[in-house]
Design a binder for this molecule. Structure first.
Ligand SMILES: CC(C)(COP(=O)(O)OP(=O)(O)OC[C@H]1O[C@@H](n2cnc3c(N)ncnc32)[C@H](O)[C@@H]1OP(=O)(O)O)[C@@H](O)C(=O)NCCC(=O)NCCS
Length: 177
């Protein structure tokens, strides 16, 4: 368990899969920038069992143990020759706007920079996703640029913005302060 002030992060386990499947099949949960892929509970279970050892998904829990959302990290391949650790996150609508995701990202940055030799952590965000971009700016990410029409969803092509934070910009653990 990774502990913050408002939320804790706990590695997803078998008993969380049904909540995760419900969330991911729900339009309100995945938000306005994605169409929720409709997948069976068993597909999610299989996905978690077969996940790469370089990736992890953690449940974002409030301090009373309520499941509020998830945050993930994984190795993203770039141009067939480079890899970068990438993060993604989603929060249930009733838990948004309370700073939970900002804290979850702060915790995961500490965890990854303390745990891994990575020099760079990135996030790739739909250009219109203001809340998500704000989280990255608040947690010290730099905007790198736009990848035009990278993603097709909800009947249109979306530009996405790439953000990253380097180890020297993170400097030291923040969540303990
Ligand atoms: C994006 C998301 C994770 C944000 O989670 P959250 O816990 O509400 O985020 P926080 O409360 O930590 O911070 C959100 C920040 O964005 C700001 N914000 C939110 N909506 C905004 C809007 N429409 N315009 C401008 N700023 C906005 C908030 O005011 C806050 O900034 P502040 O602390 O300076 O006031 C959540 O909305 C979500 O799950 N969306 C659907 C899934 C998604 O888009 N995930 C990210 C891409 S993978």
């Amino acid at each position: 368990m990774l502990e913050g002030k408002k939320v804790n992060l706990r590695v997803i386990d078998t008993e969380d899969i049904s909540t995760y499947a419900e969330w991911m099949n729900d339009r309100a949960f995945v938000g306005e920038f994605f169409i929720p892929r409709q997948r069976a509970h068993s597909d999610y279970e299989k996905g978690f069992k077969e996940r790469s050892p370089d990736s992890e998904t953690l449940i974002i829990e409030t301090k009373d143990g309520t499941k509020a959302g998830w945050i993930t990290f994984f190795l993203s391949r770039f141009g067939g020759y480079a890899t970068s650790t990438e993060i993604g996150y989603m929060l249930a609508p009733e838990h948004r706007g309370k700073g939970y995701c900002t804290e979850a990202v702060t915790i995961i940055l500490d965890y990854l920079f303390l745990l891994q030799k990575t020099e760079r952590i990135q996030a790739v965000i739909a250009d219109e996703n203001v809340a998500s971009k704000r989280i990255l700016e608040k947690t010290g990410f730099e905007r790198e640029g736009v990848l035009r029409k990278l993603v097709y969803s909800i009947g249109k092509w979306w530009n996405v913005t790439v953000y990253s934070i380097l180890r020297e910009e993170w400097k030291e653990p923040r969540i303990l302060k």
